[in-house]
Write a protein that binds this ligand. Structure first.
Ligand code: F6R
Length: 357
């Protein structure tokens, strides 16, 4: 039930702090430490490479997952689009471990890969929001997102839930491998939940930014580097699918290799900056587009923010920044779609679960 909310999407955006806490609850054992089925941990520790397979928003969560898994488990990880994998299968290592990321658990493109991988007898894990879904039943292992039903076509809380569950998985496997970790994920995810609330409380500011930057433009760009690039891809998908503004998510440094030709007077360019090591470079890229007339917006995390930045994000651990930086982009998409008079929850040409290849 959406209750007093005008659209499910807004309700689902608001639910994200609670989803973070629910995930912590579900994956905490008696001593408060994070736990998952030890068969999953053992199988992953025996593998020499992780292959993440997904579509759309789940694919974008997969890129953040790669970063988390490689940082915390030191197992090389690849991310693949389901619809490409079947026909353009990458070279597999001797002991691959497959992770299928799918909110619905019913996506046909992902299922066709799972069927093939099962024929090869490789271990498989589905991370899904829907217990008993097709991809959950057909994979060897399942981890649930515990995000509650997601009704709006545009995925929001499933994206952040996928990242949080991947963080839990990476943390547990990394510890089982004996890798020293200098952070307490339970504590850091609790900080994320609080940070999300802070941003959600700033809806009015984001509605104002949506009006100022995105109410009339036909196209737009999100740029970032590293984790911020992964979020830029997701932010662009979210904006285009519900507002119909043609949007690209771009690696900030790659713009000057061609795409900068598209920047005109007034083109909105939203830059995401969460990390010290890339902040200077991305700010340089913002200057480049600005001097070509772009209407630039900087969304920056506290420690690297400057006073004139348009939106400041509460500080969280560097491996978890996407959980925070994606929130304002979800709200910018929501308000842009709303102001343009679109049906926010049911964008044209799209269905919630895509059961054809
Ligand atoms: C975008 C969106 C889609 C889905 C994609 C995969 O907001 O919802 O891109 O992420 O169709 O769906 P699942 O995760 O159900 O496999």
């Amino acid at each position: 039930e959406k209750g007093t909310y005008p659209y499910y999407m807004l309700k689902e955006i608001d639910e994200q702090p609670a989803v973070m806490r629910k995930i912590l609850q579900h994956y905490q054992g008696e001593q408060q430490q994070l736990e998952i089925d030890s068969a999953i941990t053992e199988t992953m520790l025996a593998s020499d490479r992780i292959y993440i397979v997904a579509c759309g928003t789940s694919y974008h969560a997969g890129w953040v997952g790669k970063q988390l898994l490689e940082s915390l488990t030191h197992i090389p990880t690849e991310v693949h689009l389901s619809s490409e994998f079947g026909y353009n299968t990458p070279l597999l290592t001797e002991n691959p471990f497959f992770i299928f990321l799918t909110q619905s658990g019913e996506t046909a493109d992902s299922r066709q890969v799972l069927v093939k991988v099962n024929e090869l007898n490789h271990p498989t894990l589905t991370i899904t929001n829907v217990a008993g879904s097709t991809l959950s039943r057909e994979a060897q292992f399942t981890l649930l997102l515990h995000a509650g039903p997601e009704i709006a076509v545009a995925s929001t809380k499933a994206y952040t839930a996928q990242i949080a569950v991947l963080a839990v998985l990476a943390d547990v496997v990394g510890k089982a491998k004996g890798l020293a970790q200098n952070f307490d994920l339970v504590h850091e995810l609790a900080l994320v939940a609080t940070g999300m609330e802070t941003i959600i409380d700033e809806k009015e500011r984001l509605e104002q930014l949506a009006t100022e930057y995105l109410s009339v433009s036909r196209n737009a760009f999100y740029i970032g580097r590293g984790m911020d690039y992964y979020v830029a891809m997701e932010a662009a998908l979210k904006l285009k699918e519900i507002s119909y503004v043609q949007t690209e998510g771009f690696a900030a440094g790659e713009l000057k290799h061609g795409t900068i030709a598209l920047i005109e007077e007034g083109t909105p360019v939203m830059a995401i900056i969460t990390e010290e090591s890339i902040a200077g470079h991305t700010r340089g890229n913002v200057q480049e587009v600005k001097s070509r007339g772009a209407h630039s917006m900087i969304i920056a995390m506290e420690d690297v923010a400057e006073e004139e930045d348009q939106f400041i994000l509460p500080q969280v651990h560097s491996l978890l920044t996407p959980l925070i930086s994606v929130i304002p982009t979800q709200l910018l998409s929501y308000y842009t779609s709303l102001h343009r008079g679109n049906d926010v929850d049911k964008p044209r040409n799209l269905a919630k679960s895509v059961t054809v290849e």
